[in-house]
Design a protein. Structure first.
Length: 193
């Protein structure tokens, strides 16, 4: 029993725990991890994952892999994923942003959610207020979940692009006589051919 306790390293903070995963997976050398922690403490970036990405210290795929190992769940890259309208609208935007989660997929009576912290003990009760599915949590980057939720609710379902006819109508309104003369000349040339 004592041997097992010595071999298992317990960590105190999220940063320490994630750095342990980095070391175990040979993503960083142990001596680099000490300076990495110092740099993060001296930075103005509040989230460790954001610091790592913004400073270019780790690739997103490697960070997701480490998060998946830490949380013992599947890690999903949220960026660019098209979320199901029905699933997303089952939850209030503010609730998803406050608790940093977004519904990912549904399979029968199982709802898969992406969360920045899938071990958040309050999350099952929060989700349970809105749905009665069995819930399975995956991990995703907080910044990507935040962006996905905001983009989903803040972006219109479709964007109307200016139509060519609208542009022609605007031209007619600005220059009605010149436009009519140009159209008559074009019709005459077309009839002449």
């Amino acid at each position: 029993m004592a041997i097992k306790e010595q071999s298992e390293k317990s960590c105190v903070t999220f940063v320490d725990c994630l750095c342990d995963v980095f070391a175990q997976q040979n993503m960083f050398k142990k001596e680099d991890i000490v300076s990495l922690k110092k740099e993060f403490l001296n930075s103005s970036v509040p989230a460790f994952e954001d610091f790592l990405i913004e400073e270019g210290l780790i690739e997103k795929e490697d960070l997701l892999k480490a998060l998946g190992i830490f949380y013992k769940t599947q890690a999903i890259d949220v960026q660019g994923f098209l979320f199901d309208h029905h699933l997303v609208t089952m939850f209030p935007k503010d609730e998803m942003l406050r608790n940093m989660f977004i519904p990912y997929e549904r399979d029968g009576n199982i709802l898969f959610l992406l969360a920045a912290n899938p071990h958040n003990d309050d999350l099952p009760a929060i989700v349970g207020k809105y749905v009665s599915y069995d819930v399975v949590f995956f991990v995703g980057l907080a910044r990507d979940i935040d962006d996905a939720v905001k983009e989903y609710f803040d972006k219109p379902l479709y964007e109307v692009e200016p139509d060519i006819i609208d542009a022609e109508d605007a031209e007619r309104e600005e220059h009605p006589v010149e436009t009519m003369i140009d159209e008559l000349q074009a019709d005459e040339e077309h009839e002449g051919n």
